[in-house]
Design a protein around this ligand. Structure first.
Ligand SMILES: [Zn+2]
Length: 124
């Protein structure tokens, strides 16, 4: 967790159904039809909405508006990278299981090499 938010830790997500701690502030710049999502603002201003990490990530601008995301917090990005790596590792683990089983099968068949040898002998 980033300590930079400690001084504003009491602010909550502005979404009605959400009570998570706010980590970002969404500012609507009506003149430019631009929604600016940045670090939690120090001062609450008109047209500003504090958002939790989830809502900041999933936030989408109204139709016809641009979204500008300012300096994403590297700390906030880490979990998603870890998730992807964890998923990749999980997939690799699953992929490993089947070849491993086949290896066992091959090893178990090691004593059947006589059959293979006799086959080769018959070809010669
Ligand atoms: Zn929220």
């Amino acid at each position: 967790m980033s300590t930079s938010f400690a001084n504003v830790g009491s602010r909550r997500c502005s979404k009605p159904s959400c009570s998570k701690r706010a980590v970002a502030t969404l500012t609507y710049v009506y003149a430019d039809s631009t929604a600016v999502l940045g670090p939690l603002a120090t001062f609450a201003e008109p047209h500003c909405y504090d958002l939790c990490e989830d809502h900041a990530t999933r936030m989408t601008a109204p139709r016809g508006w641009d979204v500008v995301r300012l300096a994403p917090d590297p700390e906030a990005l880490k979990p998603s990278v870890d998730d992807i790596e964890a998923l990749a590792n999980a997939v690799r683990e699953i992929g490993r299981i089947e070849p491993a089983d086949e290896m066992v099968e091959v090893n178990r068949r090691g004593h059947l090499r006589v059959l293979k040898d006799s086959g080769q002998n018959s070809i010669e």
